[in-house]
Write a new protein. Sequence first.
Length: 343
Amino acid sequence: MVHRAISVHQRDGEPARRRLVREGWLDISLRPKTQGDRLYLPVHSNTPEDLDIEVAYEWVTTVFEERHRKPTSLREAPGLPPELASEVTRSMDVIGDVAVLRLKDDIRPRASEIGSALMEVHPRLRAVAIDDGVHGELRVRSLTIIAGEGPLVTTHREHGMELRVDLEHAYFSPRLATEHRRVADQVMPGERVLDMFSGVGPFTVLVARLAQPSQVHAVDLNEVAVRLVEENARSNGVDELVTAHSGDAREIVPGLGVFDRIIMNHPHGARDFLDVALGASRSGTVIHLHMMGALEESDEAADEADRTASDLGHGGVRVDLKREVRTYSPGVLHWCLDLTVLE
Ligand SMILES: C[S@@+](CC[C@H](N)C(=O)[O-])C[C@H]1O[C@@H](n2cnc3c(N)ncnc32)[C@H](O)[C@@H]1O
């Protein structure tokens, strides 16, 4: 198809192009072309005949190649209504080269269309998967690939660490990045740290990299997670500081001695292990207790920690901070209580 255009000498090309752009006359959906010393600039049909562009030009009609500009955000993806694009963007996490989405039931029938649009908009994605939540004792995610290809094993960057994650077989959430950093920033040189429910090791590796702990012990029931803690400690150059243990914290922790800091990031189960953590504490030990529940339940958890500490011969616990980490579901929050064990 032929288009309306002006032809200018190549040496006048840049001022002519700039002038056409400024007036909104250049048709940017078409690619300008050169022939000999002439440059052909495609213009819109409503461009006036008597152009004042301060360089010599001629009117022509000729053929141009279409530009294929790729959409750069989901809102520009062809066929997806903008409100759907916003909802998908809000519910999406990008972990390494994998996008993970939570989709409401009413938009699930459009899953593969959404997956393909995401792959087009974010060319570095290798796969897009729907997240049906975290389940069971090992807190493993149910994922279904809707575009691209697995396996859903990838390398995620967080606070300068490179973490190998296996999204289908061991827990990881990029939404905890702020909490990982908040805890790691509190660690003082020489501390002996226990990461009681380590997952693939984001707390463990960050503490070992950022602070100068004497040792970090990581424990997890999930063997896949423990193998990844070891790999992540090695690849981030902190394997000499980290010891990973595979198994039940209730059985393993009593054999590990006393700690200066204990991270209990298992919001659905950590409260049941307060006696284990307090058994591995001294006066002054800091415990980061993660839990799920309403505001009253976080108060109850603090009372329970205080009672358990007293039962074990400590002088109770002091609540230094109660922090909402994130909203889990309406009315249910993920809390972190920073507790100090008292003499
Ligand atoms: C929420 S995930 C941990 C997340 C990790 N701290 C992070 O920041 O990514 C909870 C972890 O607790 C582990 N877990 C559950 N019960 C356990 C137990 N009895 N002993 C040790 N680990 C356990 C699960 O396998 C899971 O990896």
